[in-house]
Design a protein around this ligand. Structure first.
Ligand code: MN
Ligand code: MN
Length: 440
C-alpha cells in the first residue's frame, strides 16, 4: 500500500506518502495498481490465405488496452517462399506504425534455412527483434535438422527461438483419414491433432535445443498436461526452456467441439482444446511456475465466416479465437479469485515473466523507479459478465461469452498517458511505440 509518482513517461517514485501539489492524483484505494499486461502472442492482420484475422493493430490494441494490456508482441504470418526474414518485419512495421495505441514488438518468423537466414538472425536481433518463431507443422515446417541448426545460430546471437510444437506427420495422416471416412465435423479437428502430436513435438524440440548447447527455447501455446510434465523434467535437469499457455486452454475444454449447429467451429484452433484433466494440470503448472507466461494467440475470425467456409469440412476452417481483451481479467478471476494463484503469481504470468523472457525488462513488466509508466488499476470487487456486445475485438463472438469475471481494469496507462478509463478508450491512434528488445 502506498503512493506512486509518474513524471513524464516513467515512474519516478514508489511507496510511502507522496505529495506533489502540481500532480494530477488518481485515487486507487481498495484496488490493485499493477504493471500493465504484456501479451506476447497475438496475430493482428494475420493472412492465412483463406481469410485475414480481423483485428488490425488499431482495433486489436484498443481491445488489448481496454483489457489492461499495455504491450504486445505479435507473431507475423509467413511471407513469400524463400523471402528474407526482414520481409515480414518491414510489412508489420507498416501495419503497426500509425495504428497501435499501446507499445509493441514483433517476433521474427523463420520459414526456411540457408546461409542467408543464418546471417540475418543476428542482424534482426540488432534491430531489437530478439525472438524468432519456427513451426513444426504447416507449410514452412522445420524438421529436426533445421531445428538443430537454428538453435545453434540463435544461441550464438542471443536470440530466443519460439516453437509451435505439433507433429506434422501424424496430423496430416489423421486429417486425411477422417476426411476420407466422411468425418468432417468440428470435433474431428481436435481428434486429428491428438495429445501425442504435441507431446512428440515437444520431445523432439527439447532434444534439438539441448543438443545445440542447451539453446534457450520457448514453447508457445502449450495445451497438454503430458507435454507439461516432459518440460518440467527437462527444466529440472537444467534445460533452458520456458513455456506459455493461453486462456483458452485454461478455461475451455474439448466438449465444446460437439455443440450442435456447427457451433464447435467457434473453437477451431491449433492446438485444439483438451480435456478438463489437461486444464487442471496446466493450472497447476502455473502455480508451480513451470509455465511462465499466459498469452492469448489472439487470432479472431467471425463465427459467420467459419460456418460459411467450414460447416461441411473442419479442415477448411480458419483457426483461432479472440482473447486479447479478456486475458488479464480471466486470469485474475479464474486464477486469483478462484484461489489457484496468488496476486503475485498472477502479475508474474501476465506481465513480469513475459517482459523478462522477451527482453523487455525492466522498462516493462514492473512497477519500479525508472520503469516505463505502464500501469493498470484493477478493481477486484467489480463483477462483470463477458458479452460480445461489450467487447471491442473486431469479431462476432467471444469464446468466453457468459463468463462471470471479476477485476476488469478500470484504468490503463501507457508511458504516463491514460488511454482507457472505465472501459472507454480515450487515447490516440498511432501513439504506441515500437520497443527494441534486448538480447536474451
Ligand atoms: Mn501456433
Ligand atoms: Mn499463434
Amino acid at each position: 500500500t502506498g503512493d506512486l509518482l509518474v513524471v513524464g513517461e516513467t515512474i519516478a517514485r514508489v511507496g510511502g506518502v507522496i505529495s506533489d501539489p502540481h500532480a494530477q492524483t488518481i485515487d486507487a484505494k481498495g484496488k490493485y495498481v499493477l504493471p500493465g499486461g504484456i501479451d506476447v502472442h497475438t496475430h493482428f492482420n494475420l493472412d492465412v490465405g483463406i481469410a485475414v484475422a480481423q483485428d488490425d493493430f488499431y482495433t486489436g490494441t484498443v481491445a488489448a488496452a481496454i483489457g489492461g494490456t499495455t504491450t504486445i508482441i505479435d507473431h507475423p504470418g509467413f511471407g513469400p517462399e524463400g523471402c528474407s526474414i526482414f520481409h515480414q518485419i518491414k510489412k508489420y512495421h507498416a501495419y503497426a506504425k500509425d495504428f497501435a495505441v499501446i507499445d509493441y514488438s514483433f517476433h521474427g518468423v523463420l520459414q526456411h534455412m540457408d546461409d542467408q537466414v543464418l546471417q540475418e538472425i543476428p542482424k534482426l536481433a540488432d534491430q531489437g527483434i530478439t525472438s524468432m518463431k519456427v513451426y513444426m507443422t504447416y507449410d514452412y515446417m522445420f524438421n529436426d535438422a533445421m531445428l538443430f541448426n537454428v538453435f545453434k545460430a540463435a544461441k550464438k546471437s542471443g536470440v530466443l527461438i519460439a516453437v509451435h510444437a505439433e507433429d506434422d506427420v501424424l496430423i496430416r495422416n489423421l486429417r486425411q483419414k477422417y476426411i476420407s471416412e466422411g468425418k468432417k465435423e468440428a470435433k474431428y479437428h481436435a481428434k486429428s491433432r491428438p495429445v501425442i502430436s504435441e507431446v512428440d513435438a515437444v520431445k523432439r524440440v527439447l532434444s534439438q535445443a539441448m543438443k545445440a548447447d542447451n539453446a534457450p527455447v520457448y514453447i508457445v501455446h502449450l495445451s497438454t498436461g503430458e507435454g507439461l510434465s516432459i518440460i518440467k523434467k527437462a527444466r529440472e535437469s537444467g534445460q533452458n526452456v520456458s513455456v506459455e499457455t493461453c486462456p483458452q486452454y485454461l478455461c475451455l475444454d474439448e466438449t465444446l467441439y460437439s455443440l450442435p449447429n456447427h457451433e464447435g467451429l467457434k473453437y477451431v484452433m491449433s492446438p485444439p482444446l483438451r480435456s478438463e484433466k489437461d486444464q487442471a494440470e496446466l493450472w497447476k503448472g502455473l502455480a508451480d511456475q513451470v509455465i511462465a507466461v499466459v498469452a492469448t494467440d489472439h487470432c479472431p475470425f467471425d463465427y459467420k465466416l467459419k460456418k460459411k467456409i467450414a460447416s461441411q469440412d473442419f479442415s477448411k476452417c480458419p483457426g483461432g479465437v479472440a482473447g486479447v481483451e479478456a486475458r488479464v481479467t480471466l486470469l485474475y478471476s479464474r486464477g486469483v479469485r478462484d484461489k489457484k494463484l496468488t496476486v503475485q503469481q498472477f502479475v508474474k504470468l501476465m506481465a513480469e515473466n513475459p517482459a523478462k523472457i522477451m527482453g523487455l525488462y525492466p522498462e516493462k513488466g514492473v512497477i519500479k523507479k525508472g520503469s516505463d509508466a505502464d500501469i493498470i488499476i484493477l478493481d477486484p470487487q467489480k463483477k462483470e459478465v463477458i458479452k460480445k456486445r461489450n467487447l471491442h475485438e473486431n469479431v462476432d463472438y467471444s469464446p468466453y461469452e457468459g463468463f462471470e469475471v471479476y477485476g476488469w481494469p478500470c484504468l490503463t496507462m501507457v508511458r504516463g498517458n491514460i488511454i482507457v478509463r472505465d472501459k472507454v478508450f480515450i487515447g490516440k491512434k498511432g501513439s504506441g511505440k515500437f520497443i527494441k528488445r534486448k538480447r536474451i
